[in-house]
Design a protein around this ligand. Sequence first.
Ligand code: ADP
Ligand code: ZN
Ligand code: ZN
Length: 722
Amino acid sequence: MPETAATPSAPFEPCHWLAVAVPAPAHSALAQTLTYAHSAPLPAGTLVRAPLGQREVPGVVWGLADAPDAALAAHIKPLACAFTSLPPLDENWRQLIAFTARYYQRALGEVALAALPPQLRTLDEAQMARRLAKLAKQDAVAQGPATPAARPSPTPQQAAALAQIAQGAGPFLLHGVTGSGKTEVYMRAAEAVLAQDAAAQVLVLAPEINLTPQLQARLAARFAPLLGAGAVVAMHSGLTPAQRLSAWLAAHTQRARIVLGTRMAVLASMPALRLIVVDEEHDPSYKQQEGARYSARDLAVYRARLQGAKVILGSATPSLESWHASRPDGGKYQRLVMPSRVGSGAGAGAGGAAALPLVRRVDMSRQPRGTVIAAPLLQAITERVGRGEQSLILLNRRGWAPVLHCANCGWKSECPHCSAFRVFHRADRSLRCHHCGLAQPVPRACPACGNADITPIGRGTEQLEERLAALLQTARRPDGQPARIARMDADTTRLKGALAQQLAHVHDGSVDVLVGTQMIAKGHDFRRVTLVAALNPDTALFSSDFRAPERLFALLMQAAGRAGRDAAYSQASGQGSEMWVQTEYPAHPLFEALKRHDYPGFAASQLAERQAAGLPPYAHLALLRAESRTLPAAIAFLQDAAAALQADPALAHWAAHVTCYPAVPAAMQRLAGMERAQMLLESPRRAALQGLLAGWQAALHALRARHKAVLRWAIDVDPLSF
Ligand code: ADP
Ligand code: ZN
Ligand code: ZN
């Protein structure tokens, strides 16, 4: 009998059934995992590649699947391959992903795969094994010096905060004014967990790492010498795909001990995570605005509890949600307060104190019409130039003018694709839409009537820079030279390295007056700034967005925090640092609170308003959003969705506690050629809202199939923009 007859007969091989999370197409988003066959029983968390339809997609093994009956088994496809060289993603990570998918109403596979670095999904097994074998030094994104930076001994208020962090379970809300030394608290808290556990990992989240390179530099200086190069890694979207993969692998394999990342890093695999820090926890950029619209801040709190880690949320102006959650009577968070700047405590001698700036309001209703910078403010800036101090001038509008206008026929530079005006940029004589990016040369004459005299209305940073140069023409620096004015906004920092270069100019003192958008208010440590001015903050006072006052207050407090950080500059002349606000409503309670640097007072009044209006944090919100080429099509989908909700007896139990508001156009109705509508759901009970959203999904997917004109729809849980 010929031996060769023995063929590798597949049916007799041992076969294992696996539940795999794969990025399923939208219409089947309800299926959380799909069943696949494999020759070995892979552990949960193994990264695999699996056939799906005509494609092959990456997936994560979620567990064993029930054995299918014989008829079904024939249809189950085998996995294409399994990445067994990569340690499986652990139980905690899988639970975090499952929670995120459930809470934000997305498919499990979508969230799981979105949490992995894109390059990981395209490597083959051999490439993966090679990547893992190389633990290379040059991968360290944040290199530090060889010797540890000197650690200052904690101030009494830092010591008190650290003692509570050491003793308590948290979550902690660290409310510290700018310059109170929050970063030092984060680093000491990190040192404590690293000392306790030889393998411990720490995650530090920041809103935008690129805007604040100091934080990265400080962490690297403190921890790289201690833990070795490669132990401190950065994780954000500004990295190349290869760098992102490196950072992710370092965190997953526990080579990285400190991860500094933007919101995406909250979903990174960190098996030995012991501490999460969320710096500037109030920052809206922690909320993802597409796909799974998660809040990295909220997930950080969930993840910390899940993984037995501590979590510190830090801010000078906490979100009202976190402030409320840390109320002394019955809040879930522990509130830690650091009310004074480092060096300004009682007993600090003259010269050492870094006091908070004096807030001065200019009543613009009493200024001559068309005033750009009121005379007393201009005088104050001029004096600072003369003393060699710096001023920051904040204007929340880039470009030359927000709109071009024809006085003859009324034409305005509207964007054809958005409910917005295109902004006039004089540098390249373009009209640019800041929402969809459409850029065109400025027309020579009015496109509607041919009038050659079209004029800019209003003022942006580009124009302000030029106006200031004219207004400060006679101002002289101590060395007799004219004032040097610079501008920093999204336009001037577009090129790689431009931001770092501009920041360096401010630091080395070659800039006297810096004009810019809110970008200049971020956590920069400008030593010689003694004056900050907000030129036109009023629009936010009357916005339809209920969070607008909270955001404005945070921005102004943050801007104020840039002034007088170094006592030597604000006090050498006997003149303290100042924050100027130009407003038509100087008596507005928001500015009154700002004048007192009174965040708690501002928060209390806002919370009272929120409670009276039934808004977060006293109610929980979700939006159903829809986009279509026409507004009626988007509205019709939402109306049918509401009808489906009311008609479903299975949802009645939840619906009784949820208010469903009528479908309306979004605040920004037209964006990039899409008409956008939304429907608000509100409930005092989070569980009711969650139950309703989960039960509604099937109907929404079915509805979408009938509403072909609806090109996109999404549920936004705990929305931040309306
Ligand atoms: P925040 O993050 O609250 O704005 P920082 O951590 O940046 O404050 O601290 C403000 C400044 O005070 C920094 O220059 C920092 O190096 C310094 N600093 C912080 N803690 C101390 C301390 N205990 N002793 C001396 N200087 C400190
Ligand atoms: Zn015209
Ligand atoms: Zn546009």
